[in-house]
Design a binder for this molecule. Structure first.
Ligand SMILES: NC(=O)c1ccc[n+]([C@@H]2O[C@H](COP(=O)([O-])OP(=O)(O)OC[C@H]3O[C@@H](n4cnc5c(N)ncnc54)[C@H](OP(=O)(O)O)[C@@H]3O)[C@@H](O)[C@H]2O)c1
Length: 261
């Protein structure tokens, strides 16, 4: 018989991709869940499926996380219901593929708002509660692109570098408060990401594409083990070694070729 874990897990971006998979894997462990995203119909379908299959408690929260005010209101609503978050999966985000100067400035700034500012706000409000209780776990979803500047992903790669650095710093800073912070750095994976980013997958990227399940498993395992960060999959790990071991001009050229064709 599997033991049920009654600690609450809040997952941002739970309506598709990694977030949906985090919900399934934590539900399978018996955790009650808070599912956060904008697309209510998708969250409600997932809610029904998880309740039926795993008999867990699920709270659906339709929130546009690009508004800091909505983040504060979400926190307030959960507090009023007496729900304390034990595990925070800070996953919502999106990319924008294409030349820096061809993107609408508004679109680039909206991405920074979600991937950087909102992730910081969500981490800040829920980590404060965790500090008060002396325990908690936070997973930040960055990207393999956090390790280098990439042509046609300039703003996204820079935003994810922020997430990785934030996670590394908080890992050490919040440890004495009983809070584990782990950063997950996935490579290209089979989610809604490429479509949302307007990225055509090159043949090389198709070869490297991971499914969400092993990525999420690696993230959950690393968070449970208290690791500072994790890169899922052997090909992605090899890419990080290649980036560290080679001059910038070389790894930038190779990775730009893989991503941009
Ligand atoms: N898949 C990859 O190749 C890859 C690689 C590295 C890192 N990542 C990162 O992984 C994370 C999850 O992305 P994914 O790959 O699972 O892509 P996805 O399938 O497109 O999922 C993105 C999630 O973010 C939510 N979201 C987007 N904007 C939001 C907003 N303003 N407010 C609330 N929720 C919002 C979306 O929900 P709604 O649209 O319903 O709001 C959706 O649930 C992102 O941070 C992404 O940067 C992905």
């Amino acid at each position: 018989m599997t033991t049920r874990d009654n600690s609450w897990v809040l997952i941002t971006g739970a309506s598709s991709g990694f977030g949906e998979e985090f919900a399934r894997q934590y539900a399978a462990q018996g955790h009650p869940l808070i599912l956060v995203a904008r697309r209510l119909d998708r969250l409600q379908r997932l809610d029904e499926a998880l309740r039926r299959q795993f008999r867990i408690e699920v709270v659906v929260e339709q929130v546009d996380l690009s508004s800091a005010e909505e983040v504060i209101q979400l926190h307030q609503r959960l507090r009023e219901r007496g729900i304390a978050i034990d595990i925070l999966i800070n996953n919502a985000g999106h990319g924008l593929h294409g030349p820096f100067l061809d993107a609408q400035l508004d679109a680039s700034l909206a991405m920074v708002q979600l991937d950087v500012a909102s992730l910081t706000a969500v981490t800040h409000v829920f980590a404060q509660d965790m500090r008060t209780r002396g325990r908690g776990k936070i997973l930040l979803v960055a990207s393999l692109l956090a390790s280098l500047g990439v042509q046609n992903y300039a703003v996204y790669a820079a935003a994810k570098a922020y997430v990785l650095r934030l996670g590394e710093a908080l890992h050490r800073e919040l440890k004495p408060d009983g809070i584990t912070v782990t950063t997950l750095c996935p490579g290209m994976s089979d989610t809604g990401f490429a479509t949302a980013a307007h990225q055509q997958l090159t043949p090389a990227l198709k070869q490297l594409l991971m499914q969400p399940a092993p990525v999420v498993r690696a993230g959950i395992r690393a968070l449970q083990a208290g690791r500072i960060s994790v890169v899922p999959g052997w090909a992605n790990k090899a890419t990080v070694i290649f980036i560290r071991a080679t001059p910038r001009w070389l790894h930038q050229a190779v990775i730009s070729r893989i991503i941009n064709g």
